[in-house]
Design a protein around this ligand. Structure first.
Ligand code: APR
Ligand code: ZN
Ligand code: ZN
Length: 375
């Protein structure tokens, strides 16, 4: 058994901004109190990993082990851990759920605050790291660091899943899919018969479409400048398409016309402040609600005329789809097993750890919904 021992394994190390990841032998220390060490089997690659690696995140810390869309098996647990045990299948969570803080006690939010400070500093809750490489301490990332064959996370940052679900697919529930699906279900609370529009038909936007469909929306309009996304989007429930680069009118005018005054719900899944404005202004007067999901670059600001809100449009946002992360995982898995929530279809490529930089290239080229790294 490796319990209590330092584990030597392979990981993709981000040594500095704008540098490709390097596969290294790293040391992973045993879990301390309230911590869990996980053998990571698979991890998706998400835009936030690229954003940090490209040096755009002013709070990005190097060197680090990135990755936050993982699935794995508990190898060992630290003192005081009672909710998971070695052998359990788990998904690490970048938003934990402690169940005790004021955020966890409020039904209005999923933003647990318990370990936010240390997580943001790239360390475990006790202020130290479990990773070293070539004598240097490596930072953790988003409380997950799933681009390593072993990682250590806080107990409050793991969701247990049934042994029967494929970890190389449901790892994607760790970020993009849950984020989009929950934005429609929990944040917008889309109603039967609604007219919805989604900006950006990547993994997040398509997961929004699945959420709108699960809520029985009548119309789901997909907005994307890349028409190669349209055909596949139909399988996820998108019923109509708009390509903003091919319009003679503005996208807002076009959608308001298509929908007799605007949408009931719109979703921005690009991270562009201009399309955030378009999405809000394409909402119906009196009740239309727009949800911001895409992450805009640091320092960007949104704008609209206040008249838009005075006349009843609502601007919202959510992180991780508003799901309380640990306690909602059984619902997400159930929706997956009962085929309301497609997951396997998001895996467009699978690559070994050695080829992780190619996974980033595929994402930048817009060719992948998700590439899953086989660790
Ligand atoms: N107008 C319309 N569509 C656009 C525009 C635009 N100005 N710019 C980009 N798009 C489309 C792209 O063609 C692509 O299909 O948005 C989609 C974005 O999809 P992905 O890059 O696959 O991103 P995804 O993983 O879905 O994440 C969406 O959420 O994670 C956040 O901010 C992050 O940008 C990311 C967003
Ligand atoms: Zn992500
Ligand atoms: Zn909490």
């Amino acid at each position: 058994s490796t319990e209590g021992q330092v584990i030597h394994c392979r990981a993709a190390v981000a040594w500095g901004p704008k540098q490709p990841l390097v596969i290294e032998d790293v040391e992973v220390a045993p879990p301390r109190e309230g911590e869990v060490r996980i053998k990571v089997l698979a991890s998706g690659v998400c835009h936030t990993d690229a954003y940090t690696l490209d040096g755009h995140d002013p709070e990005g810390l190097f060197p680090a082990i990135l990755g936050h869309e993982g699935g794995g098996i508990v190898e060992s647990v630290g003192p005081g851990v009672s909710s998971v045990k070695p052998g359990d299948h788990v998904i690490p969570l970048y938003i934990p759920e402690c169940g005790e803080c004021k955020f966890c006690k409020s039904p209005k939010t999923n933003l647990c605050g318990k370990i936010r400070m240390t997580q943001g500093k790239g360390v475990m809750p006790d202020g130290t790291s479990r990773f070293t490489c070539k004598g240097k301490v490596l930072h953790h990332f988003m409380g997950c660091s799933t681009f390593s064959q072993y990682t250590v996370v806080a107990e409050i940052s793991v969701a247990k899943v049934e042994d029967s679900v494929p970890l190389d697919k449901v790892c994607l529930l760790g970020c993009g899919i849950s984020t989009g699906y929950g934005a429609a279900i929990n944040t917008a609370k889309v109603e039967e018969g609604s007219t919805c529009a989604i900006w950006g038909l990547g993994a997040v936007g398509l997961a929004v479409a699945l959420g709108c469909k699960a809520q029985k929306a009548a119309r789901i309009i997909g907005v994307d400048i890349n028409e190669s996304k349209f055909e596949m989007a139909k399988a996820f429930g998108v019923t109509e398409f708009v390509n903003p680069s091919k319009l003679t009118k503005t996208v807002t005018e076009t959608i308001v016309e298509m929908t007799d005054g605007g949408c009931d719900y719109t979703f921005e899944c690009i991270g562009n402040v201009a399309t955030m404005r378009d999405a809000l202004e394409s909402c119906h007067k009196g009740w239309g609600e727009s949800v911001i999901i895409g992450v805009a670059a640091a320092g960007q600001e949104i704008s609209t005329r206040p008249f838009q809100l005075v006349t009843g449009r609502v601007w919202r946002g959510s992180a991780f789809g508003g799901w309380k992360s640990r306690s909602s995982m059984p619902r997400l898995i159930k929706d997956y097993l009962e085929k309301r929530l497609m997951v396997d279809e998001f895996v467009t490529f699978t690559k070994p750890l050695d080829e992780i930089n190619a996974a980033f290239d595929l994402m930048h080229q817009g060719k992948a919904l998700r590439t899953v790294i086989d660790l």
